[in-house]
Design a protein around this ligand. Sequence first.
Ligand code: SAM
Length: 275
Amino acid sequence: MARLADRRADGRFPPARKRFGQHFLEAAWVTKLVDAVRPHPDDTFLEIGPGRGALTRALAPRVGRILAVEIDRDLAASLEAEGVPNLQVVTADVLEVDLGALLESERLPARAIGNLPYNVASPILFRLLDAADEGRRLTDATVMLQKEVADRLAARPGDDAYGALAIQAALLADVERLLTLPPGAFRPPPKVMSAVVRLTFRPPVVDVGDRATFEKVVRGVFLQRRKTLANAFRPVAEAFGRSAAEVIDQAALNPRARPETLTVEEFGRLCRAVL
Ligand code: SAM
């Protein structure tokens, strides 16, 4: 019953839709999040998933313009109807829409914010890393995530949570944790803890040659994260028609190292050597 009540419409809005990962932020936390973003009157923001507009309404008076992309037609229409003067609502799936084209006529670089739908948070993060264009289109993104995903994103070499997500993010962004939130910060409350992370976009920290290869190498090696680099990398090297031992040697890496201890620079060397 309690869960049903949480998801019920409050009169102005339809009930929260599970399939869109809707967990709306409570007012006390909206202020904390918007303050953490340090908005500036000249800023243009891309907001992902404005929902019922909690963040949007708090941010709008403090920035130049907001472009908000919302997949839920009903919520997008309600927000649009409020007539916030510096807000444009775009009804679209952020995973489908061309963010470059959307931001083309905006004052760039813009910034991004979003209390992300947790079911598609990782693909949205990858879209943002791409769309940022090394900081030229987006300078930074402040995003609410499931805490476990935030841990994986902000992890450092040697941490338990360190893996493909941290390495791919570290290639193109500095990652900073800002806040941790309990389930009660949202209506309806999610089953997990949440955390806010800021990504500050920049050019790649290392030349990896080809980004698609880098992704294949990193993901492939982490499929066997507890093995030695020599063993974990063998299937990846073979897929490129190479010998793992030769490539590791060429990259000047220790074949007995564990993948989870390798820095983004070291993965960059491995990637260039395999090509
Ligand atoms: N920003 C609001 C808040 O903090 O209260 C809502 C956050 S809610 C966790 C996530 C929002 O993202 C929902 O409004 C949902 O409809 C929207 N959403 C889900 N998937 C989306 C997608 N693929 N593209 C754009 N918006 C999406």
